[in-house]
Write a protein that binds this ligand. Structure first.
Ligand SMILES: C[S@@+](CC[C@H](N)C(=O)[O-])C[C@H]1O[C@@H](n2cnc3c(N)ncnc32)[C@H](O)[C@@H]1O
Length: 218
């Protein structure tokens, strides 16, 4: 099927010139915003379900949770948790296998709560995050925001996918700034015949866009 979803258009041509300063500023300061009630409730829901011995996989920004379902099949011994703030998207949701669940909350708050509890993920998927492509929007990208260090603290095999290569290249650079001792994240093109993991991935594939993946082991 052909679709005509537009590629990302940005006024930014390379890694943002404020990336290093922004990442270092956030690493050096503590984010003070109070944690929302719904994130506390989401954490309680997770802890009611998860015995902490089982590997934990997060599908952050899962949308309609197609990926949560497919990832639960792939990580059959793990609890796979799809998280999204959009009720509308989650409600379009999928019949999930027994080792998957969905939480409706804000990712940044949930990541902060999990990191504060010392939780370590087996794997973390961030699939097609909102790119915020304008240069002035760096602070809205996950690696340009105040919760990047908590995302890193959660650890695991991280997989990010995007139709904007620069998002992933910049995320990779941000990881290098925060964790210089780590092996460099790998950014590669996704094979076009790959079975789509998500609704956005399908839409971009149907529009013949090149898709990219970043892998890093934290
Ligand atoms: C571009 S969509 C991608 C959805 C899905 N991963 C896919 O590929 O089809 C980004 C998703 O992330 C969710 N999202 C973005 N920022 C979020 C945040 N801070 N907390 C929770 N969900 C967020 C949005 O509601 C949306 O469903």
């Amino acid at each position: 099927m052909h679709s005509n979803s537009s590629p990302v258009i940005s006024n930014q041509n390379g890694i943002h010139d404020q990336l290093e300063a922004t990442v270092r500023k956030h690493l050096a300061s503590e984010y003070q915003r109070p944690i929302s009630e719904h994130a506390q409730q989401a954490l309680a829901q997770l802890y009611a379900r998860w015995d902490k011995a089982q590997p934990l996989v997060l599908d952050s920004g899962c949308g309609t949770a197609q990926s949560t379902r497919l990832l639960a099949e792939k990580h059959a011994n793990a609890l796979v948790v799809g998280v999204d703030r959009s009720e509308v998207r989650l409600e379009k949701g999928q019949q999930l296998p027994a080792n998957a669940m969905l939480l409706r909350t804000n990712l940044e708050d949930l990541w902060r709560l999990l990191a504060a509890d010392g939780i370590k993920l087996a794997a973390h998927y961030v699939l097609y995050p909102n790119p915020y492509p304008k240069a002035a929007q760096l602070r809205y990208r996950f690696h340009g925001g105040p919760v990047f260090s908590q995302l890193l603290q959660l650890g695991g095999q991280v997989t990010l996918r995007s139709n904007w290569a620069l998002y992933l290249q910049e995320f990779a650079q941000a990881v290098k700034i925060a964790l210089p001792e780590l092996a460099e994240p790998v950014v590669s093109e996704l094979p076009s015949q790959e079975q789509p993991l998500t609704a956005f991935e399908k839409k971009y594939q149907d529009s013949n866009q090149t898709l990219y993946q970043l892998n890093v082991s934290l």
